[in-house]
Design a protein around this ligand. Structure first.
Ligand code: ATP
Length: 239
């Protein structure tokens, strides 16, 4: 995944200002930044939900590079790009299994439903036990697992995860992050994870970028480099 010089915004609000970043196949890259610094906006641009006013976004999947700007979200999902959105966006009255199946609504994913469902239940045994339960009656941590499972149902190669920690107790954030790492290993995914929770993000990230007011202000090529940066220490860790 390559993002080059992307500007994007909402009317007069410029949310991204010349953002460039790269995620190589098989990497887990953290997109760090506190609230309102543009993380979700970048995710929306990658997924075709918001059109950048400038710049280039390209994804290389299984050796084939595709330009994403101008494509519809449906086309982008078909390429093998899935998102676990901020706030999970599940259907609370539908069951676990119904929510999972909604992840496979594209024709490209339908043929693989039995296999992907079996994979989800193997990766999340708790969801199998509760497959018939309404999602709205489950805990936040369980709901996050449903949201991850739903993304897996469209057999992604590149997984975008937007703020998985939001609304979760610390222990559940840790479990969620571990699950993302596990899914990544088992499915051979490439992961771009937006997160405010610096400590949890760098547990699984190979490296990361820090967004401040819509600009990449820092690139850390290892978790240690990120942790040592003045910017991170000042803004995130209050040091
Ligand atoms: P959060 O964690 O709150 O989602 P973020 O880093 O993902 O933060 P964005 O949601 O991308 O940040 O927001 C970037 C900027 O764009 C902010 O200034 C925000 O107020 C603005 N913004 C986001 N969505 C809209 C919208 N629909 N209309 C107008 N401005 C928006």
């Amino acid at each position: 995944m390559l993002v080059e010089g992307v500007d994007a915004g909402y009317g007069a609000v410029r949310a991204l200002d010349g953002v460039s970043l790269a995620v190589a196949p098989g990497e887990t890259v953290a997109l760090l930044g506190t609230n309102g610094n543009g993380k979700t906006t970048l995710m929306r641009c990658i997924l075709g939900l918001l059109r950048p006013t400038r710049g280039r976004i390209a994804a290389t999947i299984d050796g084939v590079t595709t330009e994403l700007v101008g494509r519809s979200p449906e086309e982008i999902v078909d390429l093998g790009i899935a998102i676990v959105p901020e706030g999970r966006r599940l259907f609370p009255r539908l069951s676990v299994e119904e929510n999972l199946l909604l992840g496979a609504y594209r024709r490209s994913a339908r043929a693989a439903i039995p296999r992907n469902l079996e994979f989800c239940y193997d990766a999340f045994p708790r969801l199998k036990e509760r497959r018939g339960q309404a999602v709205g009656s489950m805990s936040g941590g369980e709901q996050q697992m449903v949201a991850l499972g739903r993304a897996v149902m469209c057999a992604p190669r590149l997984l975008l995860v937007d703020e998985p920690s939001v609304g979760l107790a610390p222990i559940l954030v840790a479990r969620t992050v571990e699950k993302i790492a596990e899914l990544k290993e088992r499915l051979g995914l490439t992961v771009l994870m937006a997160e405010q929770n610096f400590h949890q993000a760098i547990r699984i990230a190979d490296r990361g970028y820090v967004l401040v007011h819509g600009r990449v202000e820092f690139r850390g090529d290892s978790p240690a480099e990120l942790g040592d940066s003045e910017l991170v220490r000042k803004f995130y860790l209050g040091l």
